[in-house]
Design a protein. Structure first.
Length: 251
């Protein structure tokens, strides 16, 4: 069955809420006109997520809430902590990084540290080598704007990544189990104030991921307007990314 219409607020309300806030408020998706608080405070205090009708952006945001609920709650707690400590309502690098993750984030789980190092170095030839994705490394979309871009993708699109070291048997798990493990891992890290700067989130031209674009020939990967070489003004570009990679442990 094809797409027929956007889910409205009644449709979202008809399925179980994805999570509860710390005050036991069920997360629910409501029309922005029904909220009288700042976006993040409305979530924290009432569980209400402003969701515009007929908006792909907000529809995908609700979908990510249902996919990564613990991480979304942790992002909200992070924003609220930072707002409580901010002077003159300044955002600062922590909230900037959280916003980038929320909008255009990718979780990059790998059992091979050399692949995460290739991400850090922007060594695209090694990172996108045939036969590795889906076996030793995989990308999981957590940014709802990234899903919106996938409606009409074009070369040049990039995401901000959370590198995660995972044991090899992680990739043998069912997809929903993988997502739940990643969700818990990221939420714990966000609650522990791991995220401090956008520099911790290396850039990935995600149409280079094998299978994410139909014409991935040598000329495609050689296009430096899309696959930028390592920066020369600092070692290997995003120097913090591998040092601060998360580690996912299986029970």
């Amino acid at each position: 069955m094809g797409f027929r219409q956007f889910p409205d607020h009644g449709d979202w309300a008809a399925i179980p809420p994805p999570a509860q806030t710390g005050d036991q408020q069920a997360v629910r998706f409501v029309h922005p006109d029904s909220i009288d608080r700042y976006y993040e405070l409305a979530i924290a205090e009432t569980g209400q997520v402003a969701t515009r009708p007929d908006s792909w952006h907000d529809c995908f945001n609700a979908a990510i809430w249902h996919t990564f609920p613990q991480s979304k709650l942790a992002m909200n707690r992070l924003h609220c902590r930072e707002m409580a400590n901010a002077l003159y309502n300044a955002r600062g690098p922590v909230r900037d990084a959280a916003t980038l993750l929320d909008e255009c984030g990718l979780l990059i789980a790998s059992s091979d540290p050399t692949l995460l190092d290739a991400l850090r170095k922007r060594d695209w030839q090694q990172l996108f080598a045939p036969g590795r994705w889906g076996h030793d490394i995989q990308a999981y979309v957590i940014g709802h704007a990234t899903l919106e871009y996938l409606l009409a993708p074009f070369p040049g699109l990039t995401g901000k990544c959370v590198p995660i070291m995972a044991p090899p048997r992680f990739f043998e798990l069912e997809l929903l189990t993988q997502i739940a493990k990643l969700d818990a891992c990221l939420a714990d890290a966000l609650d522990a104030d791991w995220l401090q700067s956008p520099r911790q989130l290396p850039v990935l031209p995600w149409l280079g991921i094998p299978g994410w674009w139909p014409e991935q020939d040598a000329a495609f990967y050689a296009d430096r307007t899309h696959f930028c070489p390592p920066r020369t003004d600092k070692p290997h570009g995003d120097a913090l990314s591998t040092k601060n990679a998360l580690t996912l442990a299986l029970d």
